[in-house]
Design a protein around this ligand. Structure first.
Ligand SMILES: Cc1ncc(COP(=O)(O)O)c(C=O)c1O
Length: 401
């Protein structure tokens, strides 16, 4: 069994952990379900298309692997982490020390921001963009620089560079959450080549398998200042099982690890991820299903004259032509829970592409909202107190709701 980064990290002396890192252990992490639930609290019935989850769940092989490993749940079984690191390394053509496992990609995202930004090194991101890193930047008191997407809804890499000569970390999500739009490989290369010295580019490929876009893992292989994040929460349908990966040069991986991530992985997540990777049909099959459902929803939106941004992912932005909160509440009153609003586009809401059946229900409910047949949340409804958007104050989020 070759030695992976998991092993080398766990052998490091605790004495080498910096004071900054120990202080950072107190930081709160903000996750997609927290952001989604900030709008609908703990309602968990009806059509849930607000958190970019995969209605298919884990593939059959992953489910079986979880069942088979359950009797061994009394053991830490740390070699399973090493095995998965090696499997991923081999699959992507990287050395094992370039691969680090986490229970989801939220942790390396948050800890990466903590590692590379500070009150003197800003956090630079697209607007609208995935908010988790913004909360992390706020935790370490880094300046938050938000740059509008281009007219094609890509990250505007030249504007990102111009906006922050003091950048510590550039966050590029492609396909982007919430728009599902791509930023090209050449633009990311340009960003990496022209960024300020000592800054890092973090590319979040959480949704890459839904699209035809090439990965930027070749830039990791070329030892550039880049971290690539992947998760098993999206196309692999393992959001509740929790498995994510950070790819990067070992010195970058180590800096992120200083902020956390030394704990054991749940063995259920490890075996489910491993089984999912072994079934080479999972990605193409699920990509096809998502794309077919998405195309059918877009065709329906087109027929009805509704505005949306074409997406290459499992989510898209819909322009409701009214304050987004009104549309969210009116949909929720019909038990269809759609995603949140980004302040830069106040009339748009994010829609997750669910199953064909769920999207039928979405269409029926949306038609009633757009034609004015349902205008607001029904009195007494559990979601009538839904908030329009989470604030950048973590204390306001429903951690323990
Ligand atoms: C862009 C992006 N990155 C990272 C994550 C984190 O996912 P997880 O922690 O479930 O791996 C999400 C979750 O929705 C996301 O949308």
């Amino acid at each position: 069994m070759a030695e992976g980064s998991f092993v080398s990290a766990s052998r490091r002396s605790f004495l080498t952990v910096s004071a900054a890192a120990s202080a950072a252990l107190a930081l709160r992490i903000v996750t997609e379900p927290m952001l989604a639930r900030a709008a609908r609290h703990l309602v968990h019935e009806g059509v849930m298309i607000d958190a970019n989850e995969n209605p298919l769940g884990p593939c059959a092989a992953a489910r079986q692997a979880v069942i088979d490993i359950a009797p061994q749940g009394g053991r830490y079984s740390d070699w399973l982490s090493v095995d998965l690191v090696n499997q991923l390394a081999q699959l992507e053509g990287l050395k094992p020390e370039y691969v680090a496992l986490y229970p989801g990609s939220t942790e390396p995202l948050h800890h990466g921001v903590a590692a590379f930004t500070s009150p003197h090194r800003s956090y630079v991101t697209a607007d609208p963009g995935y908010e988790a890193g913004m909360f992390a930047a706020q935790s370490v008191k880094a300046r938050l620089v938000k740059v509008p997407l281009t007219k094609d809804y890509a990250h505007d890499v030249r504007a990102l560079l111009a906006a922050a000569p003091d950048a510590g970390l550039f966050y590029v999500c492609t396909p982007n959450n919430p728009t599902g739009t791509l930023t090209s490989h050449s633009d990311i290369e340009y960003l990496v080549a022209n960024k300020p010295k000592d800054s890092v580019v973090m590319v979040d490929e959480a949704y890459i398998h839904f699209s035809d876009a090439p990965s930027v893992l070749d830039l990791v292989k070329a030892d550039k200042d880049i971290l690539v994040l992947r998760t098993f929460s999206k196309i692999y349908g393992m959001a509740g099982l929790r498995c994510g990966v950070a790819f990067g040069r070992p010195d970058l991986i180590e800096k992120v690890a200083d902020f956390g991530g030394w704990n054991f992985m749940p063995i259920t997540a490890l075996v489910a991820a491993s089984a999912s990777l072994k079934d080479t049909q999972v990605v193409p099959e699920r990509k096809r299903i998502n794309s077919e459902v998405r195309s059918s929803v877009f065709a329906w939106l087109d027929r009805n004259g509704y505005s949306y941004i074409p997406s290459q992912s499992n989510c898209f932005m819909l322009d409701t032509k009214r304050p987004g909160k009104e549309a969210i509440d009116a949909m929720a009153a019909q038990h269809v829970h759609v995603g949140r609003i980004w302040p830069v586009w106040p009339t748009c809401v994010r829609i997750t592409v669910g199953s064909a059946d769920e999207m039928e229900q979405f269409q029926t409910a949306l038609k009633k909202v757009m034609t004015g047949a349902v205008t607001a949340s029904v009195p007494g409804s559990k979601i009538s107190a839904a908030r329009s958007e989470p604030k950048l104050r973590t204390g306001e989020l429903p951690y323990r709701a």
